[in-house]
Ligand binder design. Structure first.
Ligand code: ZN
Length: 149
């Protein structure tokens, strides 16, 4: 049993084990229409605990992750169930690494880097979440730290 993202379900014809998804993924799949309902996959929808969701959300903010709410719910579910997360989404993989969730690639090998970012003024380099007070420029995401996984 694995937690999987929307993309894995859509292309997951070879997926032989049970897949756990969250409501957010289920909604994304519905927009894909009847194509999905014809897949003979064993899928269960489970909502992650609030505790894990909060932890993941805090970490995402802390590292300036651009992982979506749906992505965050998948990491939280993987924590709750102590399961591997299968995804090719690098942003999602990265957030999972920060939460010590085991990651498996689907069509590609998973990323080997664990990265965190900070929002910085592109002009003077000052760390800021809002428009830079000195330069009046909108901050951009800059890599802060990274390590191998
Ligand atoms: Zn500045």
């Amino acid at each position: 049993m694995k937690v999987v993202d929307t993309n894995v379900i859509i292309h997951g014809r070879g997926l032989e084990e049970k897949a756990l998804i969250t409501l957010g993924v289920e909604r994304e799949l519905k927009t894909e229409g009847s194509k999905i309902s014809r897949l003979a996959l064993n899928i269960e929808t489970v909502q992650p605990s609030k505790t894990s969701l909060n932890k993941v959300n805090q970490k995402a903010d802390q590292i300036c992750s651009q992982a979506s709410k749906v992505d965050q719910s998948l990491v939280a579910l993987a924590i709750d169930r102590e399961k591997v997360l299968m995804t090719d989404d690098k942003e999602l993989q990265n957030l999972a690494y920060h939460m010590n969730v085991e990651v498996e690639g689907f069509l590609d090998r998973p990323s080997k880097r664990k990265i965190s970012w900070k929002m910085k003024c592109p002009s003077c380099g000052k760390q800021t979440d809002k428009k830079c007070e000195s330069c009046g420029v909108t901050p951009v995401r800059k890599r802060d730290q990274y390590s191998s996984v």
